[in-house]
Design a protein around this ligand. Structure first.
Ligand code: GSH
Length: 305
């Protein structure tokens, strides 16, 4: 799939910005926060993922917008921009009259931390480079609880229409076996290694924050780096990992507490909840308290870092 702004339109429209997105999708949240931060109005088109009820990403209509069957897709005057890290950069440059950022130390640091938090390529690989790629496996328990509210035939439709069949098979397994699917050695190991790799990224984040001279990651401005990290920290909280991963990281904890008070976070995440997500989070909390396997997994991973 190509990335960034394309030179063709996928929709006849008079709207400057259209965002195809999903309430629960981490990458969509990142782009919503960025649009709010920059005060840009957009036409919102909500597209369901299987976790929120059905495979709308694999529908004939949406495949015309993105043949890759993923959200978010941002349209600028009808032209698609693919990949959320490209979309936020595009919004940022557009809001500053397309001025190219200078190669200052500050810009280099912003790019480094933004890239680190991005989700790039296959989300179950390259965890040492991209903290964003660890998030898929760490969300497996929440996928399982959300999918318990989705009829199995909706997932089966994905086997016919979805271009990334491997993802559909994983969701089907999560639907059929629920939390028990996580007991399979390759899945349990993938969650374990994602947890440890993400912890290393967070240790680096803690060190960076402890030496930051301003109130955000790179100084006093809330940058693309902060936007990219807010959605990761938030996902860890909703999946019940934050009490383990934020422990002994007072700067990360304080940073996330500050992010949660920011208007763009409230508009882009808190006001954009979803019934399946709320039920999934509440069920997962109970599982973490009561399910023997999840309890022991948390205990083991907590000790491993
Ligand atoms: N690297 C892409 C990742 C896009 C992506 O995987 N999006 C997920 C939601 S966060 C999705 O649309 N999944 C649809 C599916 O798996 O069926 C980006 O940053 O935009």
């Amino acid at each position: 799939m190509p990335i960034g702004l394309q030179d063709y339109t996928v929709e006849e429209t008079s709207s400057e910005w259209i965002l195809y997105h999903n309430d629960f999708s981490l990458c969509s949240r990142k782009v919503r926060i960025c649009l709010f931060e920059n005060g840009l109005d957009y036409v919102s088109k909500h597209i369901d993922l299987i976790e929120t009820g059905k495979y709308e990403v694999a529908s004939k209509e949406f495949l015309k917008i993105n043949p890759g069957a993923t959200v978010p897709v941002l349209l600028h005057r009808g032209r698609p921009i693919y990949e959320s890290h490209e979309q936020i950069k595009y919004i940022f440059h557009h809001a500053r009259d397309n001025k190219v950022s200078e190669e200052t130390d500050i810009q280099i640091a912003i790019d480094y931390w933004t890239e680190k938090a991005s989700m790039v390529g296959n989300p179950v690989t390259e965890h040492k480079k991209y903290a964003g790629n660890t998030i898929g496996p760490l969300t497996f328990p929440l996928f399982a609880t959300m999918l318990s509210y989705v009829p199995v035939f909706e997932i089966l439709k994905g086997l016919i229409f979805h271009p990334i069949r491997q993802r559909v098979v994983i969701f089907l397994m999560l639907k059929i076996f629920g939390i028990n699917f996580l007991k399979l050695a390759p899945i349990k190991n993938l969650i374990g290694s994602s947890f440890k790799d993400l912890n290393s990224h967070l240790v680096e984040l803690e060190i960076k924050l402890s030496s930051s001279e301003g109130q955000w990651l790179i100084g006093d401005k809330f940058t693309l780096a902060d936007i990219s990290w807010s959605v990761i920290l938030h996902r860890l909280e909703e999946c019940g990992w934050s009490y383990l991963l934020f422990k002994n990281k007072p700067f990360v904890e304080a940073y996330y507490a500050k992010i949660k008070k920011r208007q763009s976070f409230i508009q882009g995440i808190v006001f954009q909840s979803n019934p399946n997500l709320e039920r999934g989070i509440s069920d997962l909390k109970e599982y973490i308290d009561q399910n023997l396997f999840l309890k022991s997994l948390h205990k083991k991973l907590g000790k491993s870092i």
